[in-house]
Design a protein around this ligand. Structure first.
Ligand code: M6R
Length: 369
């Protein structure tokens, strides 16, 4: 049942091209028109939405953070992302024009379920993005968009994360379609780019030997930092979470722009730092800014491990190791840049002799508050 792999986690990392492809499957027609009839909420109701709040925990909350960049850009609707367990303890502002997007792999996370119930009491519409058919959160939600990642057994979430991100893209494009924010042609182009992602994830998987090797070599490491910017920021947080969960290593993800505001004080000789570099073809010179962050930390002795887009030669001079992922539009990049970080954490934890499927102190679904 592990499909020839040593662990469910490895299998699930390798299932990711399929998980993304299956989540896209049958949800748009040949003209690029999204057909999310399964949602159970009418386009009219969705047209009136003036704010989206994503509620989730852990990895699912990082999927929400990625979604914020995409949905705000495509739909011009403000998106807030909040940890479910913080939400109902702070008098949040939600009403009938707020769309709550509850993201949960299991559909049973108590913190998220309680947040959903609270939001419904306030009159908000709740849409669940969930990987488990018929679980409690989608049953209580007004609308559901299922991720089709297949059962996720390993405690650390991998393929569900990529499927969640994919589902939020579909939701964003659907909202853009029904609200007329984008021309159908643009939506079609983005869907075409998304359709190419599974093969690109496969390319990342096929070229993952060097990142596994690095994971093995770094088994003695006691602290790893992760930097990212724009959609690379939640990816950095996710990379750090995987390492904490699986390898019991102190790991932190930071927004690269925040470095000077504190975290750079942590950099000393030999400190490993992963940097998720935005595409050089992207907007706002973010690429140049992150490359200069790499220079800054390198100058202070950091061991820089860079995830960059194929063809990005500018990073080579400052990186101890570079892992290239195929070219893709910036907003879709998390579907590729996350994968090496998952593989790294899995390899490092395996090298330490830990059970990557059942890390200590953790449960697959957290059904208590
Ligand atoms: O089932 P859920 O998506 O609601 O679970 C949320 C978190 O508990 C979950 O993502 C957790 O952080 C994972 N262990 C991450 O790998």
């Amino acid at each position: 049942e592990k499909g020839g792999y040593d662990s469910f986690m490895e299998k699930e990392i390798n299932d990711q091209p399929q998980a993304v492809a299956d989540t896209l499957l049958g949800r748009s027609d040949a003209d690029g028109r999204l057909t999310l009839d399964e949602l159970r909420v009418s386009p009219e109701e969705l047209k009136n939405v003036n704010k989206i709040m994503v509620l989730a925990c852990g990895t699912s909350a990082y999927a929400g953070q990625v979604a914020k960049y995409a949905i705000e850009h495509w739909c011009r609707i403000p998106v807030e992302v909040e940890l479910s367990h913080e939400f109902r303890y702070r008098d949040p502002i939600v009403d009938s024009n707020t769309l709550i997007v509850a993201i949960s792999q299991s559909g049973e996370t108590m913190d998220t379920l309680m947040a959903v119930r609270y939001a419904k009491e306030q009159g908000a519409k709740v849409l669940a993005i969930c990987n488990t058919n018929g679980s409690t959160i989608p049953r209580e939600a007004d609308a559901v968009l299922y991720t089709h990642a297949g059962p996720e057994i390993a405690v650390a979430s991998t393929k569900a994360f990529l499927a969640q991100i994919t589902a939020t893209y579909l939701l964003g494009l659907y909202l853009a379609q029904i609200r007329g924010n984008k021309f159908q042609g643009e939506i079609k182009d983005i869907l075409a780019d998304l359709a190419k992602v599974p093969a690109k994830i496969q390319q990342v998987l096929d070229s993952s030997d060097s990142i596994k090797e690095l994971g093995n070599l770094m088994a003695g490491t006691s602290s790893v930092l992760f930097l990212g910017r724009h959609v690379g920021f939640p990816v950095a947080m996710e990379g750090a979470l995987k390492l904490k969960e699986l390898a019991y290593i102190h790991a932190e993800g930071f927004a690269a722009g925040e470095l000077k505001h504190g975290p750079i004080a942590l950099i000393e000789e030999g400190q490993p730092v992963f940097v998720v570099v935005p595409s050089p073809r992207g907007r706002d010179s973010l690429h140049a800014k992150v490359v200069s962050n790499i220079q800054e930390i390198r100058a202070r002795g950091a061991k820089t491990i860079v995830i960059a887009e194929e063809g990005d030669d500018a990073v080579k001079a400052y990186a101890e190791h570079v892992f290239y992922v195929p070219e893709t539009p910036t907003l879709l990049a998390p579907l590729l840049t996350t994968v090496p970080l998952q593989i790294f954490a899995c390899a490092l934890a395996t090298a330490k002799g830990y059970d990557v499927d059942q890390p200590r102190n953790l449960a697959k679904s957290v059904t208590v508050e």
